[in-house]
Design a protein around this ligand. Structure first.
Ligand code: ZN
Length: 104
């Protein structure tokens, strides 16, 4: 999870002075990031990014982008783990039978 306060100091140190598209003033704001990968929509809410006050262009700092990409990878890995669990119901069945025999 991206911590706004944690990033704020770092971002203000490396803050771009003006919008690279129109030269307007940039302000550090909380924005929502969205990305489509593998037909799924990934979202990260309230992350710090520089928003142009003139044209509205959003400049997402590199550490925030990396955090977002890491989050997507984590979600993908979790889904793979779930799929593995689904494939092993046979083992559980055997364990139940064992327990019943032991109780008798
Ligand atoms: Zn601009």
């Amino acid at each position: 999870m991206a911590n706004f306060e944690e990033y704020k100091e770092l971002l203000e140190e490396n803050a771009p002075s003006e919008c690279q598209a129109c030269g307007g003033p940039l302000v550090l704001e909380k924005v929502n990031l969205e990305d489509y990968q593998g037909g799924k929509l990934f979202m990260m809410e309230k992350v710090p990014a520089f928003v142009c006050q003139n044209c509205g262009e959003i400049w997402v700092p590199e550490p925030v982008m990396l955090e977002f990409e890491r989050m997507i990878e984590t979600v993908k890995l979790k889904k793979q783990e779930k799929n593995v669990k689904k494939k092993t119901p046979v083992k559980k069945h055997k364990e139940k039978k064992k327990n019943i025999r032991e109780e008798h």
